[in-house]
Design a protein around this ligand. Structure first.
Ligand code: GLN
Length: 476
């Protein structure tokens, strides 16, 4: 098991023996936030509140009465509700909106004595891969400030990397936890669809959305998942399955059977160093006794169009509720009811979101529904079945997380559509609803982190985390 100085599991014994107090830890993170404001990782910082909470939690730790995450400092993507705190999903349209309730994730974290430090910047409504946010500004990559931290949960990744919190909770609809984790050299977990309740997450595409976890180590991910996973009366899509003890399953030694999707490595758009590092790691896995086979997967090129048709369709209906009346921003230029709707939405949403709402409405329209939306649903089922077939014979599917390492800020300003290609490898697990994790896999010639992605079978997060932990030890 890997020990990182900023991992919570490394700190836990020091907190327990009171060599370090929770208040000191929080103050150090707050200092890192304030000295690195230029990264633009946070949209709201709860500094006074967290210090008060840390005092209470520290007393509990002293009395040996702390919860499972006592003293863990956590940041929330600006898509995760925290009662009586602002929630904007990175959008002007939610200006001044205060959440009247906690997301189930938030409630469970607080009940385990975790400490919430603030809300983090992201792409508006989770739509994007770069966290170049029109309203809150761009999140910069702590490893190279001329580059993006990835997206859409870019602020969440930057914050963990820049030592502003132990862990962040992001959301992952098509890669928004795994891709920024890869760009920032972190572990990023997207569990199976339905493993974590979506209650209190701002909806982007409801049949894809999952909460996800950013951490320095696999063990920290396991500790958090154990607390936040599980059924929830507020979300019928949260599976009724029991939550295993992920932390105690981490030491399972394998060996495992791994399928490498051959087509992913022959893709011309793949940065050569990512290919080299993926191949090198597969060799290391073989040497450690695992079986690694190349497997043919014909549907790779269908995953992206399927994903973008379906998520836009779902987004166009999910975002219909932002009408200038029920939430947040209302245009001051409207003179009629219809203008309240149109002007509030026109002024409140930025370009990318508007584009997606229009595309979504188009694919759902009477004349296009059969040829686009319904067809995409069918292809989604084919992809699910093909992935399932592979996972009936193998424990895991391995592929790169991204096609490139972190790109420069503004790279896609003149052609935003081409940014979608970068999601090629992450959307597969999202279309199928499978659990997937991105792990650090070395650096390229510019010293930028490379990520490798491991996809597991439905609800087999325990096995996935155990394998990830083995990988962490082999590759570091
Ligand atoms: N980049 C993808 C998109 O824009 C994924 C985003 C996400 O997972 N929230 O849809």
């Amino acid at each position: 098991m890997l020990c990182h100085p900023y991992s919570f599991n490394a700190l836990r014994p020091l907190l327990a023996s009171q060599k370090v107090t929770s208040i000191e830890v929080v103050r150090q993170f707050l200092q890192h936030i304030h000295t690195q404001k230029d990264l633009n990782a946070f949209v709201n910082i709860y500094d006074q509140e967290i210090v008060e909470q840390a005092e209470v939690v520290n007393q509990k730790i002293k009395a040996d009465k702390g919860g499972a995450l006592a003293g863990m400092v956590i940041g929330l993507k600006d898509m995760v509700a925290y009662k009586d705190h602002p929630l904007q999903a990175g959008s002007k349209i939610l200006t001044n909106y205060i959440s009247p309730f906690d997301a189930t994730v938030t409630e469970r974290l607080l009940a385990a004595d975790a400490l919430i430090i603030g809300h983090q910047n992201c792409d508006e409504f989770g739509m994007g891969s770069s966290s170049e946010n029109d309203y809150f500004g761009t999140v910069l990559n702590p490893l190279d400030k001329t580059r993006v931290a990835g997206g859409s949960s870019g602020g969440s990744a930057a914050a963990v990397k820049a030592k502003m919190c132990h862990v962040s909770i992001g959301t992952d609809t098509g890669g928004s936890v795994r891709q920024p984790a890869a760009f920032c050299g972190l572990v990023g977990l997207k569990p199976s669809y339905g493993r974590i309740s979506r209650h209190g997450l701002v909806a982007y595409a409801s049949s894809f959305d999952t909460a996800g976890i950013f951490a320095h180590t696999v063990a920290d991910c396991a500790s958090v998942l154990e607390v936040i996973a599980g059924p929830d009366a507020f979300d019928d899509t949260a599976a009724a399955k029991e939550v295993p003890c992920y932390t105690s399953a981490l030491d399972h030694p394998g060996p495992y059977k791994v399928a490498c999707l051959a087509g992913t490595l022959s893709n011309g758009g793949l940065q050569p160093e990512i290919k080299e590092h993926t191949l090198r790691s597969l060799e290391l896995l073989k040497k450690a006794g695992n079986q690694v086979d190349n497997v043919h997967f014909e549907l790779l090129t269908y995953a992206l169009p399927t994903y973008y048709i379906l998520v836009n369709a779902e987004a166009s209906t999910n975002l219909a509720r932002f009408d200038g009346i029920r939430y947040g921003y209302r245009s001051s230029h409207a003179t009629t009811l219809e203008e309240v709707y149109t002007k509030s939405r026109t002024e409140g949403f930025a370009k990318e979101v508007k584009k997606r709402i229009m595309l979504g409405a188009f694919v759902l329209s009477d004349s296009q529904c059969e040829t686009h939306y319904v067809k995409a649903l069918k292809v989604r089922n084919m992809i699910k079945k093909a992935m399932q077939d592979i996972l009936n014979h193998y424990d895991f599917i391995i592929l790169p997380t991204t096609t490139t390492t972190a790109f420069k800020v503004n790279s896609f300003a003149s052609n935003p559509l081409s940014m979608y290609w970068g999601d090629l490898y992450t959307v597969l697990a999202s279309v199928a609803g499978l659990p997937a994790i991105s792990l650090p896999n070395g650096v390229d010639q510019k010293n930028l982190p490379i990520g490798i992605q491991v996809i597991g079978n439905y609800f087999e997060e325990a096995k996935l985390l155990a394998f990830a932990s083995q990988f962490e030890a082999i590759v570091q």
